[in-house]
Design a protein around this ligand. Structure first.
Ligand code: AMP
Ligand code: MN
Ligand code: MN
Ligand code: MN
Length: 283
């Protein structure tokens, strides 16, 4: 059993890397990728735990990129976490997220919601700060009944607390992953709510830029969406990836490794030559 998309407390997941790996092992997972948002600081702890549990840990990252005025997520799988340029870039994104958080808090203060930065920070703890942490704070303060409701009423375009953000361009994200010897995968493509034409335009551009695979099977897509994405992957002759996008036990409908086998006639990315075990050379 594999799961190639998960989060820990290093970004906006609620389990520590160690607890995540133990839970994955208990669920019967044999290959697990830790793919925190714009962050690889959880990898050493996850790697150690994976050794204890005897499962294969794929070092990964979920990069935020900008494409045609939108934010997309690109997974970097099997990356070299020691790569200097990768580390320098993620450090810069960490600081940019800190600045964005201050701006979000300022916007919320203009709507009478005080101390949001401190509140979000208390949920982020030592990890990178994301909108999820603001959402947790807003629920805690009774401004919304759950996280989902927060993302309808706050933090998105046209709502209080929205701050637009410029991430690295798509091509830079793909290049960065490749420089760090990783595999570049478009995460949960159905989540971007693109028209069929636009989505196919994205796949075409992604492939032309050297992108490696499509995450056709995702815990944040419906079964039908998974199948549609698998068909696109076949059309574009790109291998498919599969991951739960697990953020923690608070969302019980997303389970580690519980992925429908909607691979169709696609080539699983973990069975390609791209997915060699590089743990032997100091990773
Ligand atoms: P950020 O990368 O800081 O902009 O935060 C984005 C994160 O917020 C995503 O990774 C999700 O975990 C979470 N998120 C975004 N939209 C929603 C939503 N509609 N419902 C629940 N969580 C969301
Ligand atoms: Mn997230
Ligand atoms: Mn994502
Ligand atoms: Mn994710």
């Amino acid at each position: 059993m594999i799961d190639l998309h998960t989060h820990s407390t290093a970004s906006d997941g609620t389990l520590t890397p160690k607890d995540l790996v133990h839970r994955a092992a208990e669920a019967g997972i044999t290959t697990l990728a830790l793919t925190d948002h714009d962050c690889i600081s959880g990898i050493p702890e996850a790697r150690k735990a994976a050794k204890t549990c005897k499962i294969r840990l794929i070092p990964g990252v979920e990069l935020s990129v900008s494409w045609q005025g939108r934010t997309l997520h690109i997974l970097g799988l099997n990356i070299n976490t020691e790569h200097p340029h990768l580390n320098a870039t993620l450090d810069a994104v960490f600081r940019a997220r800190q600045q964005r958080a201050e701006n979000i808090a300022q916007k919320l203060a203009e709507h009478g919601i005080e101390k949001a930065l401190e509140g979000a920070q208390s949920h982020a703890k030592t990890g990178l700060i994301s909108r999820t942490h603001f959402a947790q704070f807003l629920v805690e303060q009774g401004h919304a009944k759950d996280i989902r409701q927060v993302f309808k009423r706050f933090l998105v375009r046209g709502k209080p607390g929205h701050v637009s953000n410029q991430w690295m361009p798509l091509n830079d994200g793909i290049d960065l992953i490749h420089q760090a010897s990783g595999i570049a995968v478009i995460a949960h493509p159905a989540r971007y709510k693109l028209s069929r034409t636009k989505l196919r335009g994205l796949f075409k551009e992604f492939k032309n830029l050297g992108g490696d695979a499509i995450e056709a099977v995702s815990g944040s897509q419906s079964k039908d969406e998974n199948l549609t994405m698998a068909k696109h992957a076949l059309d574009f002759e790109l291998p498919v990836s599969a991951g739960s996008d697990y953020h923690g036990p608070e969302k019980p409908w997303v389970q580690l490794g519980r992925l429908p086998e909607a691979y169709y006639r696609c080539q699983p990315v973990w069975e390609t030559g791209l997915f060699i075990d590089q743990t032997s050379n100091s990773r």
